[in-house]
Design a protein around this ligand. Structure first.
Ligand code: ATP
Length: 358
């Protein structure tokens, strides 16, 4: 039993829980069966996968080895005991099986069915599902952690709130980025402006993460929400990375990725402290009024004639957006040599963004 318990510790429990949520999401055969069990006011205890260890932890029951269907699972739930299914969800191996997991395995669940489910998920790598007959709820257990399934209607209430919040954060961010572009062209960006923008990007990321969680739980019912999310997000992810690269002391993509990971872990209140943001960008000598010079990657990438990869080349050549602006009028042919097809259009676009020329 000890060996089995040791074997049951997976490298990444949360990845397995995500898989379990996918497997039980609306639209799957398993969810159809679970909904039928709930609608029939029945209970169930179902172990999926790691069948050798599951069977080793119990006895009795009926040997079946029949193909898995939602209807069969529903019918077998009318019996007492647990149902054992293989990991690919193709064969039902046992029904009416009595499980005896080590009672010393810790669980905060109440009721024998749910305590057994939590313990079996600690003891084995199986995904264990308990349907409570009394409470009419379904819990999915992985590594002793339970996740209660919510109905599509319940999930949609939260989804709608998150969509509104995503939309309004995106609107605020758009306004902020437009202002930042003008300030960049004026060479008047302060550290406070950057930390405010980063804060909004992080709020946006958090809302998207929460929404992604619900899209996963919605299964096939979440497809239109995912499309709506992508529509609202547009290219915000790339914009964020470009902003970080524009202002970090080391502008490499690799460093930007590391900085973004650190910013994301940081408490939102701390992101409102410009000095903290400066530290994460790689500076220890800045205060909120310090002028920050942009490389211009984000602004250049927003111009249609700047093809992919071209913004990096321009920045390598000129050093910063300001130096490009200083040079572009006198010497547009310098851009020619970098492979920019229409240097004049690029110059016009920059001036238009700046509001200096119609
Ligand atoms: N160790 C076990 N192995 C297999 N089946 C079990 C085990 N423990 C409980 N069950 C199943 O769960 C059923 C209900 O168990 P129990 O009376 O302890 O209710 P409970 O845990 O409070 O569940 P519910 O919330 O559904 O009322 C049992 O009749 C049996 O079918």
């Amino acid at each position: 039993m000890d060996a089995a318990r040791k074997d049951a510790q997976p490298a990444d429990g949360s990845a397995r829980l995500r898989e379990a949520i996918k497997l039980t999401a609306p639209g799957t055969a398993l969810r159809v069966a679970l909904d039928m069990i709930i609608a029939g006011h029945m209970g169930a205890l179902i172990c999926i996968g790691d069948t050798d260890n599951v069977l080793a932890a119990g006895d009795d029951g009926f040997r079946l080895d029949i193909s898995f269907t939602a209807n069969r699972l529903f019918e077998l739930s009318k019996m007492d005991g647990a149902i054992v299914i293989d990991k690919d969800l193709t064969r039902i191996v046992r029904a009416n099986y009595h499980l005896n997991p080590d009672p010393s395995l810790p669980t905060s669940e109440t009721g024998m069915r749910h305590r057994t489910a939590a313990r079996m998920s600690l003891l084995t790598k199986a995904l264990v599902i308990s349907v409570s007959e009394r409470r009419q709820v379904v819990n999915v257990f992985v590594d002793g952690r339970g996740h209660q399934l919510r109905s599509v209607q319940e999930l949609m209430g939260t989804v709608n709130q998150l969509i509104v919040s995503l939309q309004s954060t995106r609107t605020q961010l758009d306004r902020n980025l437009l202002r930042l572009t003008t300030l960049e062209l004026d060479n008047y960006v302060t550290l406070a402006d950057i930390s405010q923008t980063i804060y909004l990007f992080e709020v946006l990321s958090t809302v998207v993460e929460e929404l992604n969680e619900l899209v996963l739980q919605l299964g096939s019912s979440g497809k239109s929400i995912a499309m709506q999310r992508d529509e609202i997000m547009g290219n915000m992810d790339e914009e964020y990375t470009l902003l970080v690269r524009d202002y970090a002391s080391d502008s490499s993509e690799e460093n930007a990725k590391a900085i973004r990971a650190r910013l994301h872990k940081t408490d939102k209140d701390q992101l409102r402290v410009p000095k903290r943001v400066a530290e994460m960008l790689g500076y220890d000598d800045k205060d909120e009024d310090s002028i920050m010079t942009s490389l211009g990657l984000r602004t250049l990438s927003s111009i249609s004639v700047v093809r992919e990869g071209m913004a990096d080349k321009i920045v390598d050549e000129y050093g910063s957006l300001q130096q490009l602006l200083d040079d572009i009028e006198q010497n547009p042919s310098r851009l020619d040599s970098l492979g920019v097809d229409n240097p004049n259009i690029l110059a016009d676009s920059l001036y238009r963004l700046w509001g200096k020329r119609a």
